[in-house]
Design a protein around this ligand. Structure first.
Ligand code: MG
Length: 170
């Protein structure tokens, strides 16, 4: 049995991962409207990853006989007036998610819930990668985004990203 506080935080995280998928689709929609289909592709894949994360939390909970309760997924409220802002929104969101994961880890650690800690290890590593990727994108956009040729090449690069399922299997 999972500790009640840990189970509640895991359940909350299911909703937050689905929200992340929603938010990233919002960013993908912005870029699609701008004709930047490579950027849009990148965020669509990002959204797929977030859905995968939600599914992993659900599976982990169910493997441990914890009840999953769905809540309403919030509407993303972001103002996207240019092509750099979505990337910064993405970076800030990943930093926020890292904090959420750390909080669950903290609660698991407090109750000596080593199984949940081990499950979360993958997410801690994943968050490190997510933050690096998001931060690299902001830097690249700041360096090359104001030049049409630079923006075109960046869009090509992001358009080449393909979806791969998460390496964590439960
Ligand atoms: Mg995630």
């Amino acid at each position: 049995m999972l500790n009640e506080k840990v189970a509640n935080l895991l359940n909350l995280q299911v909703n937050r991962e689905f929200y992340s998928a929603y938010l990233y689709l919002e960013l993908a929609n912005h870029y699609a409207e701008e004709g930047l289909n490579g950027f849009s592709n990148w965020y669509k894949i990002q959204a797929q990853e977030e859905r995968d994360h939600a599914m992993l939390f659900i599976q982990f909970m169910q493997n441990n006989d914890a009840k999953v309760v769905f809540e309403t997924i919030e509407k993303p409220e972001v103002e996207l007036n240019d092509n750099l802002t979505p990337l910064k929104v993405g970076l800030n969101h990943e930093v926020y998610v890292t904090n959420l994961i750390n909080n669950i880890y903290d609660a698991a650690h407090e109750t000596k819930d080593f199984r949940t800690m081990q499950f979360l290890d993958w997410f801690i590593k994943e968050q490190g990668e997510e933050e690096t990727n998001a931060s690299d994108l902001v830097k690249k956009m700041e360096l090359f985004g104001s030049d049409p040729k630079g923006l075109y090449l960046l869009d090509q690069e992001l358009g080449a990203r393909v979806y791969t399922a998460p390496s964590l299997v439960l």
